[in-house]
Design a protein. Structure first.
Length: 418
């Protein structure tokens, strides 16, 4: 492992978690509860941002595989993310129209998602194939701790759902700067970027897409990931609203509960990274998904706040484990020459999971109303997506092929061994 790169890489995930969690906890509630945006349209903002990602991410990722410049595109995404979130917060403070505010929130979500298209593939610049689970676990640990710190430092401002927003953006930019400045550039000999690169990649996009999903060993995981991550992202995006509607928990208590869950998330990431490198990433991922299938219905029927908090705290371990093992497993199935392109679909499906799941959740609420029972049904329904994902990775087998990881050594990769 390359320690300096790992520190910078993890610090960036720590930084973006601060702005992510505060906008998710506070701004999501402001949009729906204070601003009057419907649950359906709130969830639709995530779906629309995912569509924008689908139209742009694979082409940009293919360019970075061919010419490098991952850090350049990461920096652009970072600056745009900060600008859009800041404008959304300022417009909310000014009492502007809710639609305009939602549009900038949507664009902020898009650039947040886009940043991971360039961030995740950098894992192959940090560790060899035998240490990917541990590195991914450390990154996820930084992500979870960043969310805890983000919530903790904004607690004094928690009496207002808008007050924590702009400070969290400022802290994000400050902590993201080391990665933006000091992480080494990955450029090839023919590294000059030209506008024609976009059109060239775009013209061959369909052929490249078909070839990738026809041949890549990662295709079954990607499709499975779309379904099981759908449950996690949807539950995460609606978690604060769920606590409000079902248990009427105050904002300050919500922050404390989320911090407990996130601490467990960090623990789960480290444990699963260690287990993945020793017992096998694929095996660790399977057990994590089984845990999710059991946990979601139990959360939905929790009769009181105490039991709800206890179960969701334990669920935090599964959250960290799922993200850490999925990213590590994906990195082992890709050749170094398709790392960016493959991870563009990983990131796309990670966030495009904000398409089917949120629309299902929002549809249930729209059909059944905003009673607590409706939210419980929506929560339990997410387990169906996890079941589908687990079945896909268990039943859809692809014959192992020789891959070339970042260290240049061709190694046969078998999903049952990793």
């Amino acid at each position: 492992m390359k320690s300096k790169k790992l520190v910078l890489w993890s610090l960036y995930d720590f930084a973006n978690s601060i702005v992510f969690i505060n906008f998710l906890v506070y701004f999501s509630q402001w949009l729906v509860i204070d601003g009057g945006l419907s649950d359906w349209w709130f969830n639709a903002t995530f779906a629309i941002s995912s569509i924008l990602l689908f139209l742009s991410a694979p082409t940009l990722a293919a360019i970075t595989d061919r010419k490098g410049h991952r850090k350049f595109f990461l920096n652009i995404s970072t600056v745009a993310l900060a600008m859009c979130y800041s404008i959304a917060a300022l417009l909310a403070h000014a009492g502007s129209g809710i639609i305009l505010i939602a549009i900038f929130f949507l664009l902020g979500q898009y650039f947040y998602q886009l940043s991971f298209v360039f961030y995740n593939p950098m894992i192959d610049e940090i560790a060899d194939i035998n240490h990917r689970a541990r590195v991914s676990g450390i990154g996820q640990f930084a992500n979870a701790i960043g969310q805890v710190v983000g919530l903790a430092i904004m607690l004094p401002l928690a009496s207002s759902r808008l007050a924590p927003l702009l400070p969290s953006v400022a802290i994000f930019i400050l902590l993201a700067l080391p990665m933006m400045i000091f992480f080494p550039k990955n450029t090839s000999k023919n590294s000059k970027l030209e506008l024609s690169d976009v059109s060239k990649e775009g013209r061959g996009s369909i052929k490249k897409f078909v070839a990738f999903f026809s041949l890549s060993l990662s295709a079954p995981l990607l499709l499975a990931f779309f379904f099981y991550n759908d449950a996690l992202v949807t539950v995460t995006n609606n978690y604060s609203i769920y606590m409000q509607r079902v248990f009427d928990i105050s904002d300050s208590k919500k922050s404390i509960i989320l911090m407990v869950i996130l601490l467990m998330n960090a623990i789960g990431a480290i444990i699963s990274g260690w287990l993945g490198d020793r017992l096998g990433i694929f095996r660790t991922l399977k057990f994590t998904l089984i845990g999710w299938i059991i946990a979601l219905p139990i959360i939905a029927i929790a009769p009181n706040v105490g039991i709800f908090i206890a179960i969701t705290a334990l669920m935090g371990i599964l959250i960290g484990s799922m993200w850490a093992t999925s990213r590590a497993y994906m990195s082992t199935l890709l050749t170094s020459g398709e790392m960016g392109y493959g991870f563009s679909f990983y990131t796309l499906l990670e966030r495009f999971a904000t398409f089917a799941g949120p629309l299902t959740w929002g549809g249930i609420i729209a059909l059944l109303g905003t009673e607590s029972s409706s939210y419980r049904i929506a929560m339990a329904s997410m387990s169906a997506f996890v079941v589908i994902g687990l079945l896909l990775i268990l039943l859809w087998k692809r014959k192992p092929v020789y891959q070339t990881p970042a260290n240049g050594n061709s190694t046969p990769l078998d999903p049952e061994v990793l």
